[in-house]
Design a protein around this ligand. Structure first.
Ligand SMILES: NC(=O)c1ccc[n+]([C@@H]2O[C@H](COP(=O)([O-])OP(=O)(O)OC[C@H]3O[C@@H](n4cnc5c(N)ncnc54)[C@H](OP(=O)(O)O)[C@@H]3O)[C@@H](O)[C@H]2O)c1
Length: 294
């Protein structure tokens, strides 16, 4: 029996991957191990017959035992964005432990174009991929496009103030729903595998900020004007709003990456893995009008 371990299983993506392994992939619960820093958050999965284990990348000594008996491991990248470089240490610790435990295939959630993307934390994904490659285990890199759910963080404020501030007037983002990312990852984890694989999971077309704002405005009935400014003025606006430095860097660099086309690539990897078309933004936004209205 092939055993699959998903780390970060209490998080949004981790939960959805386990859900799709069970429901879409028809993987037996006994083949799945859900890992979390706090396994008590996984009681619902344990009740379904999924084994739960403590998995904390900051506790490297305990990781080889946590990964014992696992054939396929999915390392979900952590949310430790406030300390640049911390995630490389975390993911490298997980990779080393997987190597020690004899895991046959390591999956990892990365971003599109980790070698060249202008996004401030792209290098963390590049170096994490390199650490996994170094183990010698087979790898599957899921280079996940920008979640549609990221709009829940920007649109409510734009609606409140009536203005969407951005420094990306050109370039689009091929948003993908988080659930689609999970669906594709689960299909890969459950499917036949040979050699190394790299998937760039994207929506079906790039969407400019002006179009996303217009769709959100139409769905919520609230006007949103788009104010395109220079990176310098956008940085100053974010700083004066009191955002921490790492977040200012992340947001400004994301706009730069958008202009560069780093987030606008479109692939058919989602369809190849799932046989379906990805959720369209023109369906996602109206379906989530309540959350977007804030
Ligand atoms: N493509 C995009 O647009 C986009 C957007 C947001 C995030 N992301 C990335 O995708 C990842 C998953 O997204 P999400 O929506 O599921 O985020 P989330 O709900 O915030 O989940 C964060 C995850 O990080 C895990 N984690 C944190 N510290 C850890 C540690 N020391 N050891 C092991 N795991 C740790 C958590 O696992 P436990 O709490 O269960 O231990 C949790 O699963 C994020 O962490 C981030 O790297 C991508």
């Amino acid at each position: 029996m092939t055993r699959i371990l998903v780390t970060g299983a209490s998080g949004h993506l981790g939960r959805l991957v386990v859900k799709h392994l069970l429901e879409t992939g028809n993987v037996p619960p006994a083949s799945i191990v859900a890992g979390s820093r706090d396994p008590s958050k996984l009681a619902d999965l344990a009740a379904l017959g999924v084994e739960t284990r403590a998995v904390d990348f900051d506790k490297e000594d305990a990781l080889p035992e946590a990964f014992a008996g696992i054939d396929r491991l999915l390392i979900i990248s952590t949310d430790s964005l406030d300390t640049p470089g911390k995630r490389v240490a975390q993911h490298s610790a997980a990779a080393r432990a997987a190597g020690k435990a004899g895991v046959k295939r390591i999956g990892y959630t990365s971003i599109p174009k980790p070698d060249t993307s202008a996004i401030s934390f792209a290098w963390e994904h590049r170096d994490s991929e390199a650490a996994i490659t170094k183990t010698g285990a087979a790898h599957t890199f899921f280079r996940n496009g920008w979640y549609m759910e990221n709009l829940f963080m920007s649109v409510p404020q734009a609606i409140q103030t009536g203005t969407w501030h951005t420094s990306a007037d050109t370039g689009g983002i091929s948003y993908i729903a988080r659930e689609d990312v999970a669906r594709a990852i689960a299909a890969s984890l459950a499917g036949e595998q040979s050699g190394n694989a790299v998937y760039t999971l994207t929506g079906s077309r790039p969407v400019f900020n002006a179009e996303a704002a217009a769709l959100a405005s139409e769905a919520t009935g609230k006007p949103i004007a788009v104010d395109t400014m220079s990176d310098e003025n956008y940085t100053a606006a974010l700083q004066s709003a009191g955002l921490p430095g790492f977040l200012v860097d992340l947001l400004v660099s994301t706009n730069k990456a958008t202009r560069n086309g780093d987030l606008g690539e479109v692939t058919d990897d989602f369809k190849r893995l799932t046989g379906r078309d990805p959720v369209r933004i023109e369906d996602f936004i109206p379906a989530n009008a309540g959350a977007l209205a804030g």
